[in-house]
Write a protein of this length. Structure first.
Length: 412
């Protein structure tokens, strides 16, 4: 058999033509595959999905924080004098009212000081009385001397001597009077120091009943000035302290209501309100201190407990709601996949969200969205495509969180 030898240039042309035809066919196949993927899952096949109804309802914009409880007021009882602790009239946990006796200190030394001050006062009073009598006598002598001097019976020198005696006695009277005032002050001071041996509770505002929180000293202890003995705390109301970042700081206002819960009482919610907001954020934590006054009528909450605090910033009624799992992102846009039950297809719908609460999301824009959305399986969808629906479909008329199963023909 004779082989035909093709010219070298013709052979190159044929090979090039074959390569171009192959590339063209590959490109057409690639386009076909991509068109199939744009209409559903890989290869254009329908995607099995889970769906949920778009519903109407109410959502709240709530921020949650963790914090700790402190007493509204905490007062440390300490002596103003040095003395031995004789008696404690109260102990840890005891209720206390204003003007109630709490502590009795050893007072023998201070009683003696009062007795000594009373005796000194009596001496000063007697000295003043004596000086006053002498002053009256020299005052009368001065009057007679002035009369005699006018008649010429006494000379001016004699009058000057009598007047000098009067001035000396007047000075002694003034000194005695000052000494009496000094002794009266000393007695008052001794009585005050004696009163310091009996320590009582005292306040004018707040809860009428408070409690002994801590005991720092026992009976028989020798106390110095300002040594702590007891602490008194106010539990109704109690204060919850939280720390907030700058993102939430400017949303808070005094008087804003708050809900407080504790793991110790999981079924109980305590109401409170913001009473103080720090005017600065700490440089180390970049957070600000916020104090919340919490009603504690049953005295369940105690200082030192951890609590969870929820603050409501906004509440919206009659809004369009979808499950949080329905959110998807395509081409840097956030949206949802709306389901057409008749054609068994889903298409991507860009949306603008609002409040998010407990797995539910508010759709702000566009308005008028209804029907069903894909909540599972949308990661296999591009922008639209065929879907395989579940055997039972949630009722679109049910409230959020309540599912009533219906079949694919729409019957319950």
């Amino acid at each position: 058999m004779t082989q035909i030898k093709l010219p070298r240039k013709l052979k190159i042309v044929l090979i090039s033509l074959t390569v171009l035809i192959t590339l063209f066919l590959a490109w057409k196949i690639y386009q076909k595959v991509n068109q199939g993927n744009a209409g559903g899952g890989p290869g254009g096949v329908a995607v099995a999905v889970e769906i949920a109804p778009v519903s109407k309802g109410s959502l709240r914009d709530i921020a949650s924080y963790t914090g700790s409880l402190i007493a509204k007021t905490r007062v440390v009882i300490a002596p103003k004098i040095s003395a031995r602790l004789n008696q404690l009239q109260v102990d840890i946990g005891d209720p206390v009212r204003s003007r109630q006796l709490l502590v009795i200190l050893e007072d023998e030394e201070y009683r003696q000081q009062v007795i000594q001050a009373e005796a000194d006062l009596k001496v000063a009073a007697a000295t003043l009385k004596e000086a006053q009598s002498a002053l009256v006598a020299v005052e009368k002598n001065l009057e007679r001397a002035r009369t005699l001097n006018k008649t010429g019976i006494q000379s001016d020198a004699q009058l000057d001597q009598v007047d000098s005696d009067y001035q000396s006695q007047l000075a002694r009277f003034n000194v005695a009077e000052a000494q009496l005032a000094n002794k009266e002050a000393a007695l008052a001071n001794a009585r005050v120091r004696l009163s310091y041996t009996r320590i009582t509770a005292s306040w004018d505002k707040g809860s009428p009943v408070r409690y002994i929180g801590e005991r720092f000293a026992d009976e028989g202890t020798l106390l110095s000035v300002n040594s702590p003995i007891l602490s008194i705390i106010e539990l109704q109301p109690i204060i919850a302290v939280i720390n907030v970042t700058d993102q939430e700081y400017f949303r808070l206002q005094t008087g804003q209501p708050a809900s407080v819960t504790s793991t110790a009482f999981p079924e109980t919610t305590f109401s409170g309100k913001i009473v103080r907001i720090a005017p600065l954020l700490q440089e180390t934590s970049r957070q600000a201190r916020v104090e919340i006054e919490v009603e504690n009528g049953k005295m369940l909450l105690k200082p030192g407990m951890f609590v969870n605090v929820q603050i409501e910033f906004a509440k919206r009624d009659d809004i369009t709601i979808v499950p949080f799992n329905a959110l998807a992102k395509r081409n840097e846009q956030q949206g949802i996949f709306l389901v057409d039950l008749e054609t068994r297809s889903a298409r991507f719908q860009p949306i603008e969200t609002g409040i998010i609460e407990k797995g539910q999301v508010e759709i702000v824009r566009p308005t008028g969205i209804s029907g069903y959305v894909v909540v599972m399986g949308h990661y296999l969808l591009e922008t639209q495509g065929q879907v395989i629906l579940p055997e039972t479909i949630p009722d679109s008329s049910a409230k959020p969180g309540v599912v009533t199963e219906v079949n694919q023909e729409g019957k319950k």
